[in-house]
Design a protein. Structure first.
Length: 297
């Protein structure tokens, strides 16, 4: 019985931070730990332009690395094909100079592409926190302060959209400042809903989102943010959440790497994404830790 009570207490300590009634009851008592943002705050650690440019940089690198499997898209977008062929040619020439040989293009893993592009790689592993389950670690490289280091994947629900059944026993629902919810659960009903919405929105060979984050091998190596654990008294947060709306001019060929999709397809609005940004320099081997409801102004 004592073991069961201890397990329930540990489970509640992890789950309560995403439980809306608990937040309402404790609004005054623990004001500083809540995800509260004054109207005067913009809730930005880095600018939206920096987020946009970082996503473009890594997504372009992933696209080029996977160039041989993009034939259907490139056949419909000849101007895009010309652009990436030029980029690929430059990359191959640089690779030949570095390796002193003339081998064909190497195909790297998504983690290797991330390291080669942004100077670090991250992965899921057992958390360093007691009873925290899976966590996210920097496995290679160095991450400077103010760097986009991860993304929070999942189905995006606007206010009043049905999420009750998906939310039961689900600790992976992230609440944005304006009430938008992102369900980052990769199992059960949440998984089925995401896959259904993705297939609904696919336009021929053009995939409007990425579903590989539901597997153990995501093609977008940043899409593991739902496994970033809450900080503790002994281990303070080293990353912070930041909301980002994907602009309408985002390249269509790169949308296949976006790990988010809207639940209702008939609403004309920008896709909400949540990224994680570093609050300090992070070294190889460190676990990423956030504060679920604190915004750094």
């Amino acid at each position: 019985a004592a073991a069961m009570l201890r397990w329930l207490r540990q489970w509640w300590d992890r789950y309560k931070y995403r439980f809306v009634p608990w937040l309402a009851i404790n609004l005054r008592r623990k004001h500083r730990t809540l995800r509260y943002v004054p109207k005067s705050s913009q809730d930005k650690i880095i600018s939206d332009q920096d987020v946009f440019e970082t996503l473009l940089k890594i997504f372009k690198a992933l696209f080029i690395n996977d160039f041989s499997r993009q034939a259907h898209i490139l056949a419909l977008l000849p101007e895009v094909r010309c652009k990436y062929v030029a980029l690929l040619t430059v990359e191959q020439k640089q690779s030949e100079v570095n390796s002193c040989n003339h081998q064909s293009q190497s195909v790297f893993s998504p983690e290797e592409v991330l390291f080669n592009t942004l100077g670090f790689s991250i992965t899921r592993d057992r958390s360093s926190l007691v009873s925290a389950g899976t966590g996210v670690f920097v496995t290679k490289g160095f991450v400077p302060k103010g760097t986009l280091i991860s993304m929070y994947p999942g189905t995006v629900y606007r206010k009043h959209e049905p999420i009750f059944f998906q939310s039961i026993g689900n600790p992976f629902i992230f609440r944005c400042i304006d009430g938008i919810l992102i369900d980052g659960n990769d199992k059960g009903l949440s998984r089925s809903v995401y896959r259904s919405c993705r297939r609904r929105d696919q336009l021929g060979p053009f995939q409007m989102s990425d579903e590989s984050w539901l597997t153990s091998a995501p093609q977008n190596p940043l899409a593991v943010g739902q496994y970033v654990n809450n900080c503790s008294h002994e281990k303070p947060a080293n990353v912070c959440y930041q909301e980002f709306d994907v602009p309408g001019y985002f390249p269509v060929e790169l949308k296949q790497y976006l790990p988010n999709i809207v639940y209702s397809h008939d609403i004309e609005s920008q896709l909400r994404c949540v990224v994680l940004v570093t609050l300090r320099d992070i070294k190889q081997g460190e676990e990423l830790l956030s504060n679920y409801y604190t915004v750094v102004n």
